[in-house]
Structure formats: C-alpha cells, structure tokens
Design a binder for this molecule. Structure first.
Ligand code: HEC
Length: 449
C-alpha cells in the first residue's frame, strides 16, 4: 500500500519535473488566437462571419470563436471553408477573387485548433476591422462619385421561417443611347437584406442578333445577351480590365434571379446594381461578352442521368475569333459534382483552364482570373466543358438517388452549363496582347505557369 503511494508520488514528481520542458517546447510551436489566427479570420472569414451577415455565427472575438474550434478545424482542414471549390492541383491557380486559404494559413488554423485553441496574449490581438456599412458604394472613391446608373429590383418580403425563394422580376435600364460600362457593383439594399439574400443574378436582355452572327457570343443564349452581373456575399464588384467594357444598348432590360433564404424574421429588401459608365467619347477598344456555354451536346433534352450513377456530360464550343477568357462560373443543381473547362488549341495542345472539383449547389461561385493569368486563346480554339453529376446516395445533397434526372428549372431537375466572359479581339491585337503578357510575366519572379 505505502509502496504504491510512494510509487505514485514519485511518478507524479517525475512527471511534473519532466513537464515544463515539453510544455515550453509546445507553447512555442502552438499558434495562438490573438497572434496567429485572428489576422487570418479577419482576412478570410469575417466578411461572412460577423453580425448581420450570412454565416450562422460571428468569428470576430475569442469568446465567439472558442466554442467552434473543433468544427472550424474540420471545415478548414477539408477546405469546405472558406467556400472556394477550385481544384488546387490542376488548371490556372491565379484568381482575382480567390478567398481560399493558403496552405500555411490552413496549417496554422488546424494546429491551433488541434492544440487546445489557446487564446494567447490579449495584447497581440489586431485592431477590429471596420466593415463599411450598407449605404456606401465600394468604387465611389475610385471613380470620383456614385454610379452613373442605379437599377433596383422591385421590393421583396421574405417571411421569417419561409422556404427558399427564387424571385425573377424585370427592371428597365434608363438609357436612350448605347453606352460602355467600366464597372458594376451589386448588393442587397439594407444590412438586414444581407441575411436573406443568398445570391442575385441580373440577366441582360437586349438585341444581340448581330453579335451572335459575328460569333461574339455563343448561340446557346436564348434570352439575349446573357448574364450581366452576379452577386454573392464577399463580392465587391467588377471592374473591367484596361481598354475593355460591356456595351449597354437603348431598350436594355434586366431580368433578376434572386435567391432569398430564411433570415429568421420578416425582412423586406431590394437588390441594387450600380453601373459606372466610361465617359462619352472615351470608348474602350474591346467588348467583353458574357455568355452561357451549354455543357450538353445535342441540346438540353440530351441530359439524361441514370439513377444511382455518377454521369459525365461533355460539349464543345469553337471560338470563331481570338480572345481572352476572363472568368468562369459553373452551373448545375443538387446532383452537380464537378465541372471543368479546357482549351484545345488549334495546334492540338490541351490546357485545363479551371476545374471545380468540389461543386456545391449552395455556392454559385464565379472564378475570375487574375489580370496576368486570364488565358489568351487564338482563333479556332475549342472550349471543352465537362460536367459530372453524382446521382448516388453518397451525394448528401441528393434528394432521391433512385430517380432518372433530366434538364429542368427546378432544383430537383438538373442543368450543366457554364457562364464565361470572353473579350474577343482581332488577330493583330491578339498578337500584341500575347507579346505584352510574355514581357510582363518574364519581368516578375512569381510565375508558376
Ligand atoms: C463567403 C462567405 C463565407 C466565408 C468567407 C466563410 N464562411 Fe464559414 N460559413 C458560411 C456560411 C453561409 C455557413 C453556413 C452554411 C454552411 O454550413 O455551409 C458557414 C459555416 C461555417 C462553419 C460551420 C458552422 C456549423 O454550423 O458547424 C464553420 C466552422 C465555418 N463556417 C468556419 C469558417 C472559417 C474558419 C472561415 C474562414 C477561414 C469561413 N468559415 C469563411 C459562410 C462563409
């Protein structure tokens, strides 16, 4: 008996003596919230995880964050959060609006959360971020005033506890002559509106028969010029690249497609779109055209997804002129699993432009290439769109794996297309752009492709 007690005491004492060394080695290695983690959260999480935004909890202070440490570790390690679904292993990796974590940031968060999620010294806490309130426009300073045109969707009232709603009214654009657009911003009209506005799309309706004839937009567009602008939380707006613009014509109208979700109370809101025009007489040389590229060969009816299978669907589009691909935005519904856009060059070489390998229906992300990485593709390039649908029980969003699924508007039906902005140009301009790009990239050290 005495022996055992003595033995325990001794072991305890030894353990105690051994502890300080290990502890200090560990504390040196473990990141703390105030010093290491808070700056990352301010940068990569707070835009959604703060009061009155769309995420379920705020991640601004240690008290708010601590109860979520385990969930944060899981979501971050699996790259489920922040929502950004491009495959980091293939395709272009430079995006203007990249909200993903760097590997180093990811490792820091995971190590912190796996080691007791310590607070650290409160003195290390960076000052709180001042988020701009709902009534200022982001580009007001840059362009020396508010947008030239503001178009608002009609008011919508989302009842507390109501099911998700898709609202599709039409708004006129007050224009009597054609004008070039250099920037666009879109946002919910009020702070409360942010709680219910999951995302919003504005389709431009104007007569584009001439552009279709010239091969400037894909003939898959049935409702005119295609998508003009889209908004989801975290999006600041869109500024056209240098010497590039979108063209608005008199008689243009917008058809909204706004996804409202439950805000926990009755909320009434509008969506506002602010359009900045190029001054008259200062016309950009290039026109950017946003277009729907169907991923289904043989028309929508050919989409045919068997029960309990993962299916692959593919389609091809020839670029009739040279151009710069500005972005891509995959579109599928609940069975959507992955979507890829590739370029097959006239010399036969193939390039993956972008591969969204973890498509999530709830996140209609738009992937905008960084200025120096937006692919320049010669005339005759073929864009190949590949879509994967997972109609098995392994897909947690799948409402019924035993159904045959075809194309349709409802979320339980499917779609497979991709929205792409392309800026077309003549061959001489194209050669000049390629040359300028080469020189610019040769001058920088951080080029990876
Ligand atoms: C673009 C908006 C956005 C960004 C940026 C974002 N989140 Fe989220 N987050 C959400 C939304 C919306 C949800 C709720 C829906 C869901 O679970 O996917 C969520 C859910 C979560 C959850 C799960 C909460 C639960 O109920 O278990 C965690 C954990 C989380 N986010 C952590 C983070 C972290 C950490 C970051 C930054 C590194 C981050 N998020 C960045 C919007 C965002």
């Amino acid at each position: 008996m005495t022996h055992r007690i003595v033995g325990r005491l001794l072991m305890g004492a030894l353990g105690f003596m051994a502890l300080p060394a290990t502890l200090s080695a560990q504390t040196a290695a473990v990141p703390t919230f105030t010093k290491d983690v808070a700056p990352i959260f301010q940068n990569k999480c707070e835009s959604c995880h703060r009061p009155d935004s769309i995420a379920p909890m705020s991640l601004q202070t240690y008290r708010e964050v601590r109860p979520w440490a385990r969930s944060i570790r899981d979501r971050v390690a699996s790259r489920n959060m922040p929502p950004w679904h491009v495959d980091p292993a293939v395709g272009i990796q430079h995006y203007q609006n990249d909200r993903s974590l760097s590997q180093k940031e990811l490792d820091t968060i995971v190590r912190w959360a796996s080691n007791g999620a310590p607070q650290g010294d409160p003195k290390d806490m960076p000052p709180a971020v001042k988020w701009t309130e709902a009534n200022g426009w982001n580009y007001e300073k840059k362009f020396g005033g508010p947008p030239d045109i503001i178009v608002r969707s009609p008011k919508y009232r989302q009842k507390g506890g109501a099911m998700d709603a898709w609202y599709k009214p039409i708004s006129e654009v007050p224009l009597t002559e054609a004008r070039w657009v250099r920037a666009i911003e879109m946002r919910p009209g009020t702070i409360k509106g942010r709680k219910i506005t999951h995302h919003a799309l504005a389709y431009l309706m104007q007569d584009e028969r001439e552009a279709i004839k010239q091969g400037l937009i894909s003939a898959d567009n049935d409702s005119g010029a295609g998508l003009f602008m889209e908004w989801a939380v975290n999006k600041e707006g869109e500024i056209m690249r240098p010497n590039t613009g979108k063209l608005l014509m008199p008689g243009a109208r917008f058809r909204w497609d706004i996804h409202y979700s439950d805000g926990g109370e009755d909320i009434e809101d509008v969506v506002e779109m602010g359009i900045y025009l190029y001054p008259k007489g200062q016309e950009p040389k290039y026109r950017t055209m946003l277009s729907l590229y169907s991923g289904i060969q043989g028309g929508n009816r050919a989409l045919d997804i068997a029960p309990n299978t993962v299916s692959v669907t593919q389609n091809f589009h020839v670029m009739r002129r040279a151009g710069r691909v500005e972005n891509f935005q995959p579109h599928m519904h609940l069975r959507g699993k992955a979507q890829m856009v590739e370029a097959i060059l006239p010399n036969g070489q193939m390039q993956v432009l972008g591969h969204v390998n973890r498509f999530e229906f709830n996140w209609m992300n738009n992937y905008v290439f960084a200025d120096d990485y937006a692919p320049l593709l010669p005339k005759g390039t073929i864009l190949r769109i590949t879509s994967w649908h997972d109609n098995t029980a392994a897909n947690k969003n799948n409402p019924d794996p035993n159904q045959w699924v075809g194309w349709g508007d409802r979320t339980v039906d499917e779609m497979a297309h991709i929205w792409i902005n392309i800026t077309y140009m003549g061959d001489e301009d194209f050669d000049r752009e390629v040359e300028a790009r080469k020189q610019k990239l040769a001058a920088t050290t951080d080029r990876q492709q």
